[in-house]
Design a protein around this ligand. Sequence first.
Ligand code: AKB
Length: 315
Amino acid sequence: MIIGSTGQIGSELTMELRKRYGNDSVIAGYITGAEPQGELKESGPAALVDVTDRNSIEAAVTQHSIDTIYNMAALLSVVAESKPQLAWKIGIDGLWNILEVARQHGCAVFTPSSIGSFGPDTPHANTPQDTVQHPQTIYGVSKVTTELLSNYYYHRYGVDTRAVRFPGIISNVTAPGGGTTDYAVDIYYAAVRGEKFVCPIKEGTYMDMMYMPDALDAAIRLMEADPARLVHRNAFNVAAMSFAPEQIYAAIRKQLPAFEMEYNVDPLKQEIADSWPDCMDDTCARQEWDWKPKYNLETMTADMLEKLKARLPEG
Ligand code: AKB
């Protein structure tokens, strides 16, 4: 079951899991106001699951005999700063509800962490798997807590919790909302629409990023991994590419030479971006469950532009 199945990652994760395990084996959990639509709705079963309501989680788990929960319910970094209590309620109280249901019903749980779990005093280059985590955003505070609480349930109760620390995720399907790395998605839409892109992040600001197919593969591959090989659990650094705004701009310009970009730095986004790693060291994920991304900036750019050109009216 995927909780948050209509969100940025959840929508594509649900379809990928249905492809791999069969449509009827994958339940799309959604909340009122964010019901599945189109292919997501037509392709398989769905259940109303609100992380803040433990009964709704338990009812779906019991009714559909769930063995694995992908918990994708969260507010992204920028929006969380404007609603810190809601971010905590969804991220931590919600996770607690899920872990309790998982403990009682024997479910495995995947709850993603993020590059946002690191803070200004973390080493920014080749950020190690095990290092200082003192984030100064509520998003980061809740992600570190997510990691600790998930590990606690594993060690204390034997709940099979596993997670990755996702970089910024880039996709041509469902748009992100309220993240610091959203610019790396928005820039492709502007390019294909023939609009000038106004970049909210300063030149020279490096952040880890990943194309959606690799993000889906990371989540599923980790949940399928042999537990005997896992030294770590919550949560693994996973890296695919790291770039600054001028580099993604240059990659797009190679294919769309008329594309233009200017900077108008958003102080909150910049402060958050500056506190995050430039690039993570993901050796542990590679060693413990054979993590290996397929896409780099060039191949992702080619695929993003091809898919968006086929879908959007060109400018
Ligand atoms: C965000 O920017 O908030 C997310 C993230 C990196 O966790 N995309």
